[in-house]
Design a binder for this molecule. Structure first.
Ligand SMILES: [Fe+2]
Length: 160
């Protein structure tokens, strides 16, 4: 496929590095999205409906974030990964089995995944601005990190 080259004063090599970090993040977000849907579908026990709705709010939010990440890759002149096979191959998230009778365990697993992504984003946001001079992507990653921080708070507040 042919593409018009980007001319935004970031070297081709640096654009490629930023795009690679974003595509890896895209895979992580997609796995977390699927795990959150799994929680929405299969949660049971007291307070079922509140948690069922809560997970729906969270996967809706993640769906929007996923779209932004993929489109950011395109803005840098690269192609976004778009197959489940590739997501699974490069993600840093694990598709651990939940114990679905244990609500606390499900919430805790999702919380740990958000915190993993927050740590990755903090590191990547620094790297793309310092090393690749890509302040736009750095700012984008920082904004995304703040969204995960809010989502992590909401999960944490469900734990005893
Ligand atoms: Fe549903």
């Amino acid at each position: 496929m042919n593409m018009i080259k980007t001319n935004i004063e970031i070297s081709d090599a640096n654009l490629k590095e930023s795009a690679t970090l974003l595509n890896t993040l895209l895979a992580d977000e997609f796995v977390l999205y699927t795990k959150t849907r799994n929680a929405h579908w299969n949660i049971q026990g007291p307070g079922f409906y509140e948690l069922h709705k809560f997970f729906e709010d969270q996967y809706d939010e993640l769906a929007g974030m996923i779209d932004e990440v993929a489109e950011r890759v395109r803005q840098l002149g690269h192609f976004a990964i778009g197959t489940l096979k590739d997501f699974i191959a490069i993600t840093r998230m694990s598709e651990s089995n939940y114990e679905f009778s244990n609500q606390q365990q499900i919430v805790r697993t999702l919380l740990e995944d958000h915190e993993t992504i927050i740590r990755i984003l903090r590191r990547d946001a620094g790297q793309v601005s310092d090393k690749y001079k890509d302040m736009g992507t750095s700012d984008f990653m920082t904004g995304l990190m703040e969204k995960h921080e809010k989502m992590a708070w909401m999960l944490r507040a469900h734990l005893n």
